[in-house]
Design a protein around this ligand. Structure first.
Ligand code: ADP
Ligand code: MG
Length: 584
C-alpha cells in the first residue's frame, strides 16, 4: 500500500496545465513545497554554483519521508498523495496537488532522492537516481528520517531552456526570493540557505511571522511594523503593515499568503493600500505582510500551474475586510510615537516601540562609543585590503602620528618626512584590488540582506541602462517592481560593505557619473567603488591602523598617486627640511 497514486486521466485534464520548471528557482519552490507538505520543521537548501551558473540544488527535510515503493512512484507523472480526484481540491491543505513536480524536474535534470519514512528502521532508506525521466538506479541505503533531493545538470537535455537562464547571480536572486516567500508563509519551519558553503539566509522555527520578517529583512524593519488582526466567520486576517513613514514607490513589498500559500494578487495588494487612505501619498505603497486564512472551499488553487495565483469566492467581502483591518490597525496604533533609530536590537518589540533616550549634550559615554565605532569601521576597511606578498614600492617609513585626522605623518629610515593622505592612499589600495579582482573575474559578494532602492523614474531608467556595466563590476541589481531595485551583491573587493547607506551612496554616485564611453565609465565605476569603500579623511586612526595603511600602500603598483591622479604621499627629505630651516 502506498500513499501515492497516479491520478486518472479525467482528473489530470481538469488540472491547470503548463510549464513548472523554468529556472533553478522553480526547482527550489517545488522541492520546498514538498518538504513543507511532508510536515518538515527544518529545511536546508544547499546550492552550489560556479561562474557559469547554478550547478547543484539540494533540499533536505525532516518530514515524513517515503517508503521504497513511494520513492519511485513519486517520479511518475501525475502521481500524488495529496488528492484523489478533483473534488478533493475544495478541501486542500497541502501546497502541492498536481503530482507533476518531481516528474517534470527529473525529465530535464539528474535527480537523486534519498528518503527514509519516519519510524522506519535506520537502514531502510531508499536512494533513487533518475536522469532525463528514466530511473537509473534504486538501492537500499542507511539514511536519516526525511528526504533529501539533489538536482544536478538542470536542463542538460534541453539546451534551448538552458539558454534562457540569466546570470548566476540573477538566478540566485530568484532562488532567494522563492525561499523568502515560503519562509514568510511558514513561520513554523526553520529555513536555512547555504550557497557554496556559506550561510546566506536563516529563519528560526515557530518564531511566527514577525521573527521570519526580522530574520529576512532585519530587526529594524520588524520593530516598526504594526500588527493587523481581524476575523470574519469564514476568514481570518493577520500580519503586519508598515507605518506610513516607511513607504515604497510600488507594491512589490506587499507579501500575501493565503492558507500558507505565498501568492500574488493585485486586488488584495490594492485593498491593503486602500486601508492607508490618505496616510500615504497617492503614489506610495506600504510594506506589508498579510496572512489570510480562508475556508478552503472559497479558494480555487487550480488556476495556474505554478500555483502563484488563486481565485477567491466572496472576494467582494474579503477585499473590504482587508482594507478595514489595515485601517483599524493603523488607527488604533500610536503612529506619532517615533521608533528609536540605532543599531539592531536583539529583542523585538514591534507593538511597543521603546521611547528614545533623550541624548545628553556632551555625554562622555556616547562620545566614546562614537569614536570606538569609527575606529572599528576603519579597522574593517583596512582588514578588507590586507594582502600578502608583493614587493614594497615605498621606502620604509614609521608613522609618527596624524594631523587633522586626515594626514599620516611618517618618518623614513633616512630621516625623510612623509605626509600621507589617508583617504587617497586607501583609495589607491582599494582601487588596485578592485581592478585586480575584476580582471581575475572574482565577481560578486552577495549581501546577506539585499538593499532595496526605490528610485524616481529618471534614476531608475539610468540604473536600468547602467545595469550591464554594474554587473561587469560585480554589482547584482535586480528590478523587482516598477522603479524598485534590489541590490543583491556588490563587487567582491568591497567585501561585507558597511551598510545599506554605503550601497545606496555608491549607486547614487554611479548614476550621477557623466562619463560617456564604456572604458571611461568602467574606470569611473571602479573609482567610485574604491572611493566609497576607503577610509575617510577625518577618521582618527590608531598607530597600528596607520602602520597597516602604510604597509598596504607600499604593496600597491603605483603607491604615489590615487586613482584620480592626486598625490597620496609627499616627501620632504632631510636636505629639503634643512633648506626650509636654512640649516645649510
Ligand atoms: P505533488 O506535490 O503535487 O503531489 P510531486 O511530484 O511534487 O507532486 O510529488 C509527488 C509525491 O511524492 C507527493 O505527492 C508526495 O507524496 C511525495 N513526495 C515528494 N517530495 C516529498 C518529500 N520531500 N517528502 C515526502 N514525500 C514527498
Ligand atoms: Mg509537489
Amino acid at each position: 500500500m502506498t500513499k501515492i497514486r497516479v491520478l486518472d486521466p479525467d482528473t489530470v485534464n481538469q488540472i491547470a496545465a503548463g510549464e513548472v520548471v523554468e529556472r533553478p528557482a522553480s526547482v527550489v519552490k517545488e522541492l520546498l513545497e514538498n518538504a513543507i507538505d511532508a510536515g518538515a520543521t527544518s529545511i536546508l537548501i544547499d546550492v552550489s554554483s560556479d561562474l557559469a551558473g547554478i550547478t547543484k540544488i539540494r533540499v533536505t527535510d525532516n518530514g515524513e519521508g517515503m517508503t521504497p515503493e513511494e520513492a519511485v512512484l513519486a517520479f511518475h507523472p501525475h502521481a500524488t498523495s495529496k488528492i484523489r480526484d478533483i473534488a478533493d481540491l475544495s478541501a486542500i491543505h497541502t501546497l502541492g496537488f498536481r503530482g507533476e513536480a518531481l516528474a517534470s524536474i527529473a525529465a530535464v535534470a539528474e535527480v537523486t532522492l534519498i528518503t527514509r519514512q519516519r519510524g522506519a528502521a535506520a537502514l531502510a532508506g531508499t536512494r533513487v537516481l533518475v536522469r532525463g525521466g528514466e530511473v537509473m538506479e534504486k538501492s537500499e541505503v542507511g539514511a536519516p528520517e526525511g528526504t533529501t533531493v539533489t538536482v544536478e545538470r538542470l536542463f542538460y537535455n534541453t539546451p534551448a531552456r538552458r539558454k534562457f537562464l540569466k546570470s548566476r547571480n540573477t538566478e540566485l536572486a530568484h532562488l532567494y526570493g522563492v525561499v523568502e516567500n515560503l519562509a514568510l508563509a511558514h513561520g513554523e519551519v526553520a529555513f536555512r540557505v547555504v550557497h557554496n558553503g556559506k550561510e546566506r539566509m536563516a529563519t528560526q522555527r515557530s518564531g511566527g511571522l514577525l521573527n521570519a520578517i526580522a530574520g529576512l529583512y532585519g530587526a529594524d524593519l520588524a520593530r516598526t511594523l504594526v500588527p493587523v488582526e481581524a476575523r470574519l466567520p469564514f476568514l481570518r486576517i493577520g500580519g503586519y503593515v508598515s507605518r506610513p513613514s516607511e513607504s515604497r514607490g510600488n507594491p512589490s513589498q506587499v507579501f500575501i499568503s493565503i492558507n500558507g500559500r505565498s501568492i500574488t494578487s493585485r486586488p488584495i495588494a490594492a485593498a491593503v493600500r486602500e486601508g492607508y487612505g490618505t496616510l500615504l501619498p497617492k503614489d506610495r505603497y506600504p510594506v506589508a505582510f498579510i496572512e489570510l486564512s480562508i475556508d478552503t472551499d472559497l479558494v480555487d488553487v487550480n488556476v495556474h500551474p505554478t500555483k502563484r495565483e488563486v481565485r477567491l469566492s466572496r472576494e467582494r467581502e474579503i477585499l473590504p475586510a482587508v482594507s478595514a483591518a489595515v485601517e483599524e490597525a493603523l488607527a488604533t496604533h500610536d503612529l506619532a510615537r517615533e521608533v528609536p533609530a540605532g543599531p539592531v536590537q536583539q529583542q523585538i518589540a514591534p507593538a511597543e516601540p521603546r521611547q528614545a533616550r533623550a541624548p545628553t549634550a556632551g555625554e562622555p559615554e556616547a562620545a566614546y562609543t562614537a569614536g570606538h565605532r569609527e575606529l572599528a569601521l576603519s579597522d574593517k576597511q583596512l582588514r578588507r585590503t590586507e594582502t600578502e606578498g608583493r614587493e614594497n614600492l615605498l621606502p620604509a617609513m614609521e608613522p609618527v602620528g596624524q594631523v587633522a585626522a586626515t594626514y599620516i605623518v611618517a618618518e623614513g629610515a633616512d630621516g625623510t618626512l612623509y605626509l600621507v593622505d589617508q583617504h587617497a592612499a586607501h583609495e589607491r589600495i582599494l582601487y588596485d584590488q578592485v581592478v585586480e579582482q575584476r580582471d581575475a573575474g572574482a565577481g560578486s559578494q552577495e549581501l546577506i540582506m539585499p538593499v532595496v532602492l526605490s528610485l524616481p523614474p529618471k534614476d531608475s531608467a539610468a540604473l536600468r541602462d547602467a545595469m550591464p556595466l554594474l554587473l561587469g563590476e560585480g554589482f547584482v541589481v535586480e528590478e523587482f517592481g516598477r522603479d524598485t531595485f534590489a541590490v543583491r551583491a556588490v563587487p567582491a573587493a568591497l567585501g561585507a560593505i558597511e551598510g545599506p547607506e554605503t550601497v545606496r551612496e555608491t549607486i547614487a554616485d554611479l548614476l550621477n557619473d557623466t562619463s560617456r564611453t564604456t572604458p571611461d565609465r568602467r574606470q569611473a565605476v571602479t573609482c567610485i567603488v574604491a572611493c566609497r569603500g576607503a577610509v575617510k579623511a577625518g577618521a582618527h586612526l590608531t598607530h597600528d591602523q596607520q602602520k597597516r595603511l602604510l604597509a598596504q600602500l607600499a604593496r600597491t603598483k603605483t603607491p604615489w598617486t590615487c586613482p584620480h591622479g592626486r598625490p597620496t604621499v609627499v616627501a620632504f627629505d632631510k636636505r629639503k627640511l634643512d633648506g626650509i630651516f636654512r640649516r645649510v
